[in-house]
Structures are given as C-alpha cells and as structure tokens.
Design a protein around this ligand. Structure first.
Ligand SMILES: [Zn+2]
Length: 116
C-alpha cells in the first residue's frame, strides 16, 4: 500500500480517536512501525505532518516506535528477527520464512496536551 494511503488512514483514525474523547487538539500521536514495513520513521512522520491538514493536528508531535520484525523459518521452524528482506535464517541459512510481524503501521494512541 502506498505510504500516502496508509498515512491518510492513520490521520482519519487519529481524528476519530480525538473526537471520541472530546480532544480538540492532539498534542502527540504515537505510531508503531514494523521494521520491515518498507518505510523509515522519518518518512512516516514527515508524510503524516504533510498530510495532516486538520487544525486539531496543527503542531502535533509525532512519535514513531519501530518494532522489530519476527519471522519463522520454513525449514527449521526457528523464530528470529530479520533485519531486512531477504535475510538468512541464523540457524540453517535458509531464505524461506514467514513474516509473523514487522510489516505493520498502526496508531498506538494519541495524547492530549497535559493540563497546567
Ligand atoms: Zn532455519
């Protein structure tokens, strides 16, 4: 999925979340990015800032937490953290594995401006 579409969905979710808790200005957005999602944290937050036109998101700071990927080897069943794709299994050096997690991008939560 192109980054722009992912980010637009994240922005919609952010605004929905803000509405649901009666938050008029989002202070911070926390995003989770899988290590193999194919986009850097800088690209993700930059794109978010660029596309966030709603006043509720003016000046919002964007935290991107990168989570390591997790894969299971199809040959030896070992679970390991691939740092790229392709990436050899550390036990059998095979390249045939299933990605269990690590290609996701999602909204972890939003924060309102602290009071006082
Ligand atoms: Zn293996």
């Amino acid at each position: 999925m192109p980054l722009e579409r992912i980010v637009k969905e994240l922005i919609e979710q952010t605004l929905e979340e803000a509405r649901s808790i009666g938050c008029h200005h989002v202070w911070r957005v926390r995003l989770v990015l899988g290590a193999l999602a194919g986009v850097s944290p800088e690209e993700l937050s930059g794109c978010f800032q660029e596309l966030a036109r709603d006043p509720a998101l003016a000046g919002t700071s964007i935290d991107v937490e990168v989570r390591p990927a997790l894969a299971r080897c199809k040959n030896c069943e070992l679970e390991f953290e691939p740092e790229a794709d392709p990436w050899p299994c550390p036990r059998c050096a095979g390249f045939s594995w299933v990605l269990l997690e690590g290609d996701e991008v999602y909204l972890e939560g939003i924060e309102q401006e602290p009071e006082g």
